[in-house]
Ligand binder design. Structure first.
Ligand SMILES: [Zn+2]
Ligand SMILES: [Zn+2]
Length: 352
């Protein structure tokens, strides 16, 4: 590698960021790889970090935990990848050896988990250092749409594992998804693997609801106009089999606990900054299950096959394209998602 400096999106404390020159990362452990980023994106979590909601992220940290790129260099203990190979970067780093990794709970890896763009420098840069590269990268299959693959770093496995699998969606189920952001949409796309009878999307934004209809929602509810829980209760026998919470605030959690039927599941995906009120006095008798979670990304290889075969087309979730030099603009657009009608933004290296 020749370059010694690169451009990166650096967090400068609450409300502050800058696209600036920093040092190119180096291999620091034999299990590391250095990846030259080709395409990356911005996550709602990055906006939370910028607001100062994630105090573990300190001044000077390069943000980002999603992307694809080309392996530039590998440490001498890396055996699955070599220089020049195109890879998907998982948002979760996993050693593959610890107690949690042995249970495929990579999110709780004792030497990894969600660290990229959080505890170590992330992917919103020209190069990134990936620890435990053998277990934390996935080879890009030849001929696949690489923009679609960026959705495999985080949102597709998150919507699928924490929404659809934790919610135990089954054929014929009535499924409601509260929140039509990128992760809610990922749950909407992947819930269709199981042929639910009804897929109801609830949101405040009409343009996102229109998109949800195009992506397979059988019904959409604009909760600024009607009481979503009321409508769902009156149009079902006794509620929904699965309620997926994909926002992370009390009102949306309330919708879920007010529509779940006896024996049903509430799958919480949203990132909550404050407590909610869990109405256990009403729910204890209903045999419901409530699940929470951080994505493990253990389903990434399976999801990759469905993207390769075009069964799943996550490129639908991409609304905007930018180049690296337009990084600040990309943040501007993604940060004003409703007015900009933005869902996922792709930021690409000019020549790649
Ligand atoms: Zn994310
Ligand atoms: Zn581990």
């Amino acid at each position: 590698m020749e370059a010694v400096t690169m451009k990166a999106l650096v967090y400068k404390g609450p409300g502050q960021k800058s696209w600036e020159s920093v040092s190119v990362p180096k291999i620091s452990r034999p299990t590391d790889a250095i990846v030259r980023i080709a395409k990356t994106t911005i996550c709602g979590t990055d906006l939370h970090i910028l607001k100062g909601d994630v105090p573990a992220v300190t001044d000077g940290r390069i943000l980002g935990h999603e992307g694809i790129g080309v392996v530039e260099e590998v440490g001498n203990a890396v055996s699955n990848f070599k220089q020049g190979e195109r890879v998907i970067i998982s948002c979760i780093t996993s050693c593959g050896k610890c107690e949690y990794c042995k249970k495929q709970m990579y999110s709780h890896c004792e030497d990894g988990g969600w660290i990229l763009g959080h505890l170590i420098d992330g992917t919103q840069a020209e190069y990134v250092r990936i620890p435990h590269a053998d277990n934390s990268l996935y080879a890009v299959p030849a001929g696949t749409d690489e923009e679609a693959l960026v959705m495999l770093s985080d949102i597709l496995p998150t919507g699928f594992e924490i929404g659809v699998l934790n919610g135990a969606v089954k054929p014929g189920d009535i499924v409601a998804i509260v929140g039509a952001g990128p992760v809610g949409m990922a749950a909407l796309l992947t819930a269709q693997f199981y042929s639910p009878s009804r897929l109801i999307m609830i949101d405040l934004d009409q343009s996102r609801l229109d998109m949800a209809k195009r992506f397979g929602a059988t019904e959409v509810i604009d909760s600024t106009k009607v009481d979503a829980a009321e409508i769902i209760r009156s149009s079902t026998k006794d509620g929904v089999d699965v309620a997926i919470e994909a926002v992370g605030i009390r009102p949306t959690f309330d919708v879920c606990q007010h529509i779940v039927r006896p024996g049903g599941h509430i799958a919480n995906v949203g990132v909550h900054g404050k407590s909610v009120e869990f109405e256990i006095q009403k729910l204890w008798i209903k045999n419901i299950t409530l699940t929470t979670g951080l994505v493990n990304t253990n389903t990434t290889p399976m999801l990759l096959k469905t993207v390769e075969s075009k069964k799943l087309q996550p490129e639908k979730l991409i609304s905007h394209h930018f180049t690296f030099e337009q990084f600040p603009q990309a943040y501007e657009v993604f940060g004003n998602a409703a007015t900009e009608k933005a869902l996922k933004v792709i930021i690409s290296r000019d020549s790649d």
